[in-house]
Design a protein around this ligand. Structure first.
Ligand SMILES: Nc1ncnc2c1ncn2[C@@H]1O[C@H](COP(=O)(O)OP(=O)(O)OP(=O)(O)O)[C@@H](O)[C@H]1O
Length: 243
């Protein structure tokens, strides 16, 4: 059988940030993901698309390492741990935290919770807030912010982790079109800066602007590829039709 040269195999490996095969995962007594085989391309944006309950957040949790697979394999190339920005509702808005404190939590992975931040950490936090245009909100309480401002604070927390793999759960849900467009543009810019971005989304426009797409239905992979080829009217109708 034709065997790939090792340099070709290496080039392919470098083009893939995460590869999973036969991946199964879920919650106690509730299997959710069934035998998924897929790739997350490196230095690209990948959109996870599918109806409510199809397993997008669960797959993000597995990619983030917070949910352990029950079967199959997951290979993350690269050695930095991923940065995970969960769904907005998953973060306690009632916590008495300022925007700055929220973003500083992004440094805890390096520094440990509630430890003093170094000067370099503070520079990283400032940069993340500036990048998201929330420097002037630094002293505001998270609970007093608009949905879009809070979303920016949570994304800034993800950036402050300085990972090269950023996982975002529905970063544009509930935002107005301008804020959605702004966040979509930011995700593309991050790729230029060397970050691989994966985001779960119900926003088909955001999904169409991604470089790659994984389409989920009932915890199974219904397709993967370039959104232009994958997100056709007939595929979408098939995936969204009641089971
Ligand atoms: N913590 C949990 N414990 C038990 N079951 C859960 C838990 N979280 C999610 N589930 C179940 O897992 C399945 C997949 O949920 P998941 O949140 O991954 O879907 P999703 O595609 O992200 O949905 P949505 O678009 O509504 O956010 C659903 O049936 C859900 O009820």
């Amino acid at each position: 059988m034709f065997k790939k040269s090792s340099s070709l195999a290496q080039a392919e490996d470098e083009a893939i940030r995460v590869r999973f095969t036969g991946l199964c995962a879920g919650y106690p007594g509730r299997p959710v993901l069934h035998q998924l085989d897929g790739d997350i391309p490196a230095l690209a944006t990948t959109a996870l698309v599918g109806p409510n309950g199809s397993g997008k957040s669960t797959l993000l949790g597995v990619l983030a390492g917070v949910i352990q697979p029950t079967a199959g394999e997951l290979h993350r190339h690269g050695d930095r741990p991923p940065a995970f920005v969960p769904q907005r509702g998953a973060v306690g808005d009632a916590l008495p935290l300022t925007v700055r404190q929220t973003v500083e939590m992004g440094r805890w992975g390096e520094r440990g919770p509630w430890r003093r931040l170094t000067r370099q950490d503070r520079v990283t936090v400032d940069r993340a807030m500036d990048r998201l245009g929330i420097g002037d909100l630094a002293t505001r309480q998270l609970g007093e912010l608009s949905g879009g401002q809070r979303q920016r604070a949570l994304i800034a927390q993800g950036l402050a982790q300085e990972s090269d793999l950023l996982l975002l759960d529905e970063p544009t849900t509930g935002l107005d079109p301008e804020a959605r467009g702004w966040i979509a543009a930011l995700l593309t810019e991050l790729v230029v800066d060397g970050v691989t971005v994966v985001h779960a989304t119900h926003d088909l426009e955001a999904a169409r602007s991604a470089d790659a797409c994984l389409l989920l239905r009932d915890g199974r992979l219904a397709g993967q590829g370039h959104p232009e080829h994958l997100l056709t009217a007939s595929t979408l109708a098939h995936v969204w039709q009641p089971a």
